[in-house]
Design a protein around this ligand. Structure first.
Ligand code: ADP
Ligand code: MG
Length: 273
């Protein structure tokens, strides 16, 4: 087994996670005993009809809410019992969140938006700027760093939001309907970007109700009425994502975590072919 990479902490472990809103006869059971593990390097789509529990799951995995029952480990950290301060610290260090509506700060440059998580993380000015510029380069927006959201197209705004999500080198990129507000050309561009981020070793969990979007993932988990009803792998963990189109990888998207395994298809012996 000497050729096997060492086993690393999964990005996400959910053990019998349930979430109810309200109690007694009027309780809504938004999640019921949901169990799954997301290993580093995976690319998972979460699907389900409206009301099936996707946003509730996003809030729990994104440390914006806690389960009513069950256990959730993010990068090995049990979030139960953490206070609000600790949760926001974990969110800042371990997660990159991407939303349907981009959530960029208006009238603030793309560079400044991308620097923000690093300001919270107390990264000093020069390093902050360099890392934010590198992240913008990784999403193809190096030449838009000084532009505010109002000067960017929808697709560019979402790419800036993705730069903000990756700039802290999170254990997990968590996206909720990231292409929901985009036209088809921008959707294709953003999905290609997610594919590339996964190719360089980033772990992605993406919530969507669109099959064209979920076809980019290596694994599809379906929810119905708050239960996990199927969990289907469409590409091996170490393979390229199924819809990946080879091309020039933006240099700055290169892995910065030394513990990320390169996908099999990009190991040096094969990468040049
Ligand atoms: P989805 O994102 O798949 O549409 P949600 O997670 O938003 O599903 O909702 C799952 C269920 O939980 C739905 O029945 C919804 O009405 C209910 N729900 C979600 N949030 C709340 C809340 N804050 N209070 C009460 N019920 C809620
Ligand atoms: Mg929702």
């Amino acid at each position: 087994m000497s050729g096997e990479p060492p086993r690393r902490r999964p990005a996400v472990v959910l053990e019998r996670v349930s979430k109810s809103y309200g109690s007694g006869a009027v309780a809504v059971h938004a999640l019921r005993d949901v169990d799954f593990v997301v290993e580093r390097g995976d690319y998972v789509a979460i699907m389900g009809a409206s009301g099936s529990g996707k946003s509730t799951l996003m809030n729990i995995v994104g440390c914006l809410d806690l389960p009513t029952r069950g256990r959730y480990l993010l990068d090995g950290i049990d979030v139960r019992g953490l206070d609000d301060f600790e949760l926001s610290y974990i969110r800042n260090r371990k997660l990159g969140l991407v939303f349907q509506s981009f959530n960029l700060i208006p009238r603030t440059s793309a560079l400044r938006n991308v620097e923000l998580p690093l300001i919270y993380a107390r990264v000093s000015g020069a390093e902050r700027r360099a890392r934010a510029l590198a992240a913008l380069g990784a999403v193809g927006l190096a030449n838009r760093a000084g532009h505010g959201p109002q000067e960017l197209s929808g697709g560019q705004q979402q790419r800036a939001a993705i730069a903000r999500a990756i700039v802290t080198d999170p254990a997990l990129i968590l996206a909720d309907e990231p292409t929901g507000n985009l036209d088809s050309a921008s959707t294709a561009e953003v999905l290609q970007l997610f594919d590339r981020l996964n190719v360089v070793g980033r772990t992605i969990m993406m919530i969507t109700h669109e099959p064209e979007v979920s076809e980019h993932a290596k694994r599809v988990i379906r929810l119905s009425d708050g239960r996990l009803v199927s969990d289907t792998r469409t590409a091996a963990l170490t393979d390229l994502p199924p819809r990946f189109v080879p091309g020039d990888l933006p240099a700055a998207a290169a892995r910065t975590r030394s513990d990320e395994p390169a996908p099999r298809a990009l190991r040096p012996s094969e990468a040049s072919t």
